[in-house]
Design a protein around this ligand. Structure first.
Ligand SMILES: [Mg+2]
Length: 221
């Protein structure tokens, strides 16, 4: 029988929301294409910080200045993943600690965190100047491929053991969410590289695009 965890940690983009990347949403908005840099980033050629700086530079070539409000509004079309609200509500009602660990954009992730009323969240993001315009540098609070470092901190901070924790992610970098001793569920991977990495990792993968489908892996229902 599957044990019910005490903590569930979600990736945000592609898991809690039906959009693969909160960075990509902004590229779509400005009409820029960062697929080349994304590839370099996944392959470890450029750092998170450098990746963010390059993204911001691309947008500023299209428009400068860029205001905080405008960035926030560009997310208005992004939908919550089917089943996300129901699942998080159920987890919270069962006394399970819910956290979001995202390498996505803080501006967006914070709005999802407050809507879903999760217990804790962290994301990367932006720095704004005094006049609310976007600065040239991003803020790197966590590394997409080293999410275990942050999750370990969250577990320690709240007195949980790794064995109490289940993480849920949609990409190969999210495999780093699996702190030794904890479990990981792959959810709705879209990139081929994510699908093959999940298959190689031998972890359970849920392909139905509804978060309620992970419940059996959480020992619920
Ligand atoms: Mg994701």
């Amino acid at each position: 029988m599957t044990t019910v965890p005490k903590v569930v940690v979600f990736d945000c983009d592609g898991v809690l929301v039906d959009s693969v990347s909160s960075w990509k949403t902004l590229h779509d908005y400005f009409g820029t294409d960062n697929s080349h840099n994304l590839k370099r980033f996944i392959e470890g050629e450029i750092s998170d910080t450098e990746f963010m700086r390059l993204d911001i530079r691309m947008w500023k070539e299209i428009q400068d200045p860029i205001y905080r409000d405008e960035l926030f509004r560009s997310y208005s079309g992004v939908k919550v993943m089917p089943g996300a609200k129901e699942l998080v509500t159920e987890l919270k009602a069962a006394g399970i600690f819910v956290a979001i660990v995202s390498a996505g954009v803080d501006l967006f992730v914070s709005s999802i965190a407050s809507m879903l009323k999760v217990d804790d969240w962290i994301a990367n993001g932006f720095e704004f100047n005094e006049d609310d315009t976007l600065s040239d540098e991003g803020i790197c609070r966590l590394h997409a491929s080293k999410k275990n470092l942050i999750i370990t901190k969250i577990l320690e901070m709240h007195g949980f053991e790794a064995v109490d924790c289940v993480s849920v992610g949609d990409s190969e970098m999210d495999l780093s969410m699996q702190v030794a001793g904890s479990r990981f569920i792959g959810f709705n991977p879209t990139r081929e590289s994510s699908k093959s990495a999940f298959a190689a990792a031998g972890i359970p993968v849920v392909t139905e695009k509804n978060l309620l489908s992970i419940k059996p892996y959480l020992g619920l229902e």
